[in-house]
Design a binder for this molecule. Structure first.
Ligand code: CO
Length: 211
C-alpha cells in the first residue's frame, strides 16, 4: 500500500504511545465516556479541524461537519447530532464555524453544475439573494465571498434557533449558539456579533409552543 496511506496508521501508533506516556490512565479515562460541553458544526474542509484550532482534546468537542457548515432542518444526520448533543450530552454551547476561502461558498456564488453538491449548496444562494444589495455593492470578489461566509454562518446559527430541539432546551436551561469564522490565511478565529441565546432571538414565526 502506498506510503501516504501507511503513514496514517504509523502516526496513530505514535500518537497512542505518546498519550500513554504523558498519562498512563489516558485511554482508561477516555474509554469511560464523554461529556463534552460544546457541539461544533463546521465545514468538512480539511483545513479547519475543530480540536486542533481550539487546542482541545478528544472528549471535549462533539463534532458535526458537512460541506460549508449548512444547517438544514431536513438533514437527518445533523438533526440527530443536534438532538444527541443537546438532549443526551447536554452541551452548553453550539458553535457554528464557517471559514473564509470556503470552497462551498465559492461554488454557491458561481453557476457551475456540481451534481448533488449543487443541491446541497442552494440555500447559500438564497442567503445571497436575501443580502443582494449589500453583496452586489462589494466590488472585490474576495471581499464579497468573505462577507457571504459571514452572513451564511450567522444564518446557520439562526437556523439552529428555529429547531424544536434547541427551543425545548431553552425551556429548561441556558444554551448558547455562537457564530465563528476561521481565517485560513492567519489561523485566527473571529466571533461574529450574532446572539442566539434564547427564544427572543428567534423570529416570532419560528417559535413553537413547547410543553
Ligand atoms: Co468550507
Amino acid at each position: 500500500m502506498e506510503e501516504s496511506y501507511q503513514k496514517l496508521l504509523r502516526n496513530n501508533k505514535q500518537w497512542a504511545a505518546s498519550k500513554q506516556k504523558e498519562d498512563a490512565d489516558y485511554f482508561k479515562k477516555l474509554s469511560q465516556g464523554q461529556s463534552p460541553e460544546y457541539l461544533w458544526i463546521g465545514c468538512s474542509d480539511s483545513r479547519v479541524p475543530a480540536n486542533e484550532v481550539t487546542l482541545t482534546q478528544p472528549g471535549e468537542i462533539f463534532v458535526h461537519r458537512n460541506i460549508a457548515n449548512v444547517v438544514i432542518q431536513t438533514d437527518m444526520n445533523l438533526m440527530s447530532v443536534l438532538y444527541f448533543a443537546v438532549e443526551i450530552l447536554q452541551v452548553k454551547h453550539i458553535i457554528v464555524c464557517g471559514h473564509y476561502e470556503c470552497g462551498g461558498v465559492t461554488a454557491a456564488i458561481q453557476h457551475k453544475d456540481m451534481g448533488i453538491v449543487t443541491n446541497w449548496l442552494r440555500s447559500i444562494k438564497e442567503i445571497y439573494e436575501h443580502h443582494k444589495q449589500e453583496l452586489d455593492a462589494i466590488e472585490s470578489i474576495e471581499k464579497k465571498e468573505r462577507r457571504l461566509v459571514e452572513l451564511h454562518t450567522i444564518e446557520q446559527a439562526k437556523n439552529l434557533g428555529k429547531t424544536r430541539t434547541v427551543q425545548r432546551a431553552w425551556k429548561k436551561r441556558p444554551l448558547f449558539i455562537h457564530s465563528w469564522v476561521f481565517d485560513c490565511c492567519t489561523g485566527i478565529m473571529t466571533e461574529l456579533d450574532n446572539k442566539v441565546t434564547c427564544i427572543d432571538d428567534v423570529e416570532p414565526i419560528f417559535r413553537y409552543e413547547i410543553e
